[in-house]
Design a protein around this ligand. Structure first.
Ligand code: GRF
Length: 219
């Protein structure tokens, strides 16, 4: 069988078999999950979760968005979805623990039971983790345990891997090490830049984040 030519590379993209485990849409009976979203940036993952709820793929309600960067575009998305948004600028706090204590307070005020880090660029402390044990979910743009920490897409390109992807996992104290819930693989194309590769990874992030929330809450 002939190998695909370089121009066929994009045909590798977005096939359902690249997601593992394969999760069938569940009915998720019972009361909607009460989600609190933590985000620092554009909020495309926030949007994906909101869409999945609207489409009935995720039985949940967005109780509150907490964001730490006054310029974050995610706040505009929250307004469009009528989700209350609270700015907690990390620069206003003396320590990570003090920021996390305020985050916990807000999440509790909004009766959140699952915390979703959708592009939250802060290192968390035991203050947050202990308040929501095994109830904090993060999305990371690599196939963990490869390329933990910042600039995961850059790290993958620099390493020359041919397949990377994204991971949804439970959050524990050590960055990007918690129990893996769901992963999607994304081929690296020969002409990829950080931007083009990250764009394709994000397509998969938007698919698996809502699925992983449903999966985590069902187990
Ligand atoms: C995503 O790539 C996520 O994996 C990483 O931060 C990015 C957030 O993107 N942790 P967005 O703000 O949801 O568009």
């Amino acid at each position: 069988m002939p190998l695909p030519s370089v121009s066929d590379e994009s045909s590798f993209d977005s096939t359902p078999s690249l997601v593992s485990p394969s999760v069938s849409p569940s009915l998720m009976p019972g009361a909607p999950l009460k989600l609190g979203i933590l985000a620092s940036g554009s909020g495309s993952n926030f949007e994906a979760v909101a869409e999945a709820i609207k489409n009935g793929q995720l039985n949940a309600h967005l109780q509150v968005l907490i964001y730490n960067n006054p310029q974050a575009k995610v706040v505009e998305r929250a307004a469009r979805w009528n989700v209350p948004a609270v700015l907690l600028n990390h620069r206003d706090f003396d320590s990570r623990k003090e920021l996390d204590a305020q985050i916990v307070k807000i999440l509790q005020q909004y009766s959140v039971d699952w915390v979703i880090m959708a592009g939250w660029m802060r290192i968390v402390t035991p203050v947050l983790i202990d308040a929501f044990p095994d109830k904090i979910i993060n999305i990371h743009p690599s196939l963990l345990p490869s390329f933990r920490g910042a600039k995961a897409v850059e790290q993958a390109l620099a390493a020359g891997v041919k397949i990377t992807g994204c991971t949804v996992h439970l959050v524990c104290l050590e960055v990007d090490t918690g129990k893996i819930l769901l992963q999607a693989a994304v081929p690296v194309l020969s002409n990829d830049t950080v931007a083009t590769l990250h764009d394709r990874i994000q397509v998969q992030e938007h698919r698996i984040l809502p699925q992983a929330i449903a999966l985590a809450s069902a187990t």
